[in-house]
Ligand binder design. Structure first.
Ligand code: ACO
Length: 361
């Protein structure tokens, strides 16, 4: 049997998450994300994905304290980031720094403890390289801030507003895990050889970098920038559709109903409406774009995908486009590490066949 790109092939049995494209459902550990995201923090959902249960108070405090410790980069990792050329793409810098975590830091640490360290360190690595590139002084982590708030603090050296922290955290929680996507699969293949978690996360980061996966939400930014004001929505979209162009942020290969993540991100945008003109424009534009897509592409069931509101939210919190894929990685590392733990718990090495179709001499 050959399925190009392993399309429709079930590669693993998992208890971590389920994605139902027909019903438009995403569940973490059996629970709809819509029920989880509003009431639980990044740290709680990470714990849920790693352990299959919610943390009690003591477990949550212990996780938070370990994450705070993980924000302090080992000296050699900080030095590696600092000597990287300034023009190296952020995803390459992150991959290089993460790959340097090894025996020294992880001696005798069980895999779930390693997952905490790598998850805590990733935003710190992103912020350090970003500030180096922009010739800004390095900002030390703030022990009093949550994982998400500290990310914004270290990027901007400015106390983030609650609105910005909530917006980013909603995005991070919604993109933590999404079944057997390419980067998660790459990580599982790596750990299946009995390699280590650092290697699995490094593989996943390398896979996430590609535009077919890590995405290019900058297309949505370009679109909203071209639209600019509410009066321009219809003429810009009609022109693009008449030119045969696709409208970025709409349509999805798996979801044939609304992407549940975009529904939740939209709610977040609506709750922030009036506080940011970008979010106002994005929410108004969505309705008009869907109507126009119905007219120009009848019967195609084109709704907003996660990229649309992710881009709008990122823009509203002043996250530069070059940080979108790194931020996505800072969320998805939870899924990668949860899958590595699951794979290690019941391992069989991945070793599919290939069919030789060349000549024989
Ligand atoms: N704008 C206009 N028309 C569209 C769009 C769109 N965004 N998406 C699909 N269509 C049309 C196609 O032109 C095609 O029309 P046709 O039948 O007249 O040829 C029809 O809908 C079906 O298109 P397919 O490419 O077969 O649909 P598929 O489900 O395979 O595509 C995809 C999914 C690639 C995401 C597509 O909807 C798209 O290109 N969207 C825009 C890019 C985008 O937002 N990407 C982010 C995806 S989310 C993520 O990766 C996390």
């Amino acid at each position: 049997m050959f399925n190009r790109g392993l399309k429709d092939v079930v590669a693993v049995h998992t208890k971590i998450a389920s994605v139902d494209g027909e019903l438009g459902e995403l569940r973490y550990r059996g629970i709809l994300v819509g029920e989880l995201v509003p009431d639980h923090s990044f740290e709680e959902l990470a714990y849920l994905l790693w352990h299959g249960k919610f943390p009690d108070e003591e477990e949550l405090n212990s996780l938070k304290s370990k994450m705070r410790a993980g924000r302090r980069l080992p000296q050699h990792i900080a030095s590696i980031i600092d000597i990287l050329p300034k023009d190296i793409p952020l995803m390459d810098a992150i991959r290089t720094a993460i790959s340097a975590y090894g025996q020294v830091e992880f001696k005798q640490k069980p895999i779930d403890e390693q997952a905490i360290v790598l998850t805590a360190a990733l935003p710190v690595i992103i912020a350090r390289h970003y500030r180096n590139v922009n010739q800004l002084p390095i900002v030390e982590p703030d022990e009093n801030l949550s994982h998400t708030a500290n990310f914004l603090w270290m990027l901007n050296y400015e106390k983030p507003t609650d609105v910005h922290v909530e917006a980013l955290e909603t995005y991070l929680k919604l993109t933590m895990e999404h079944g057997m996507n390419a980067s998660t699969f790459a990580g599982r293949v790596t750990i299946s050889t009995e390699s280590d978690l650092t290697a699995a996360v490094t593989s996943a980061l390398g896979t996430m970098k590609g535009p077919l996966h890590g995405g290019a939400p900058s297309g949505v930014i370009d679109l909203l920038e071209e639209i600019g004001t509410q009066n321009n929505i219809r003429p810009v979209i009609e022109q693009r559709l008449k030119n045969g162009e696709r409208i970025m942020g709409f349509g999805h290969r798996v979801y044939k109903t609304e992407d549940p993540r975009s529904i939740l991100l939209r709610k977040k945008c609506e709750s922030m409406a009036g506080k940011d003109e970008w979010l106002d424009l994005a929410t108004t534009a969505e309705k008009e774009i869907i109507d126009l897509l119905k007219t120009y592409k009848p019967g195609r069931e084109l709704y907003t995908n996660v990229e649309y509101y992710a881009a709008a939210i990122m823009r509203a919190i002043n996250m530069p486009p070059e940080l979108f894929t790194p931020a996505f990685s800072a969320a998805r590392i939870v899924g990668w590490t949860a899958h590595a733990i699951e794979q290690q718990g019941d391992n069989t090495i991945f070793r599919p066949q290939s069919l030789y179709v060349g000549n024989k001499f």
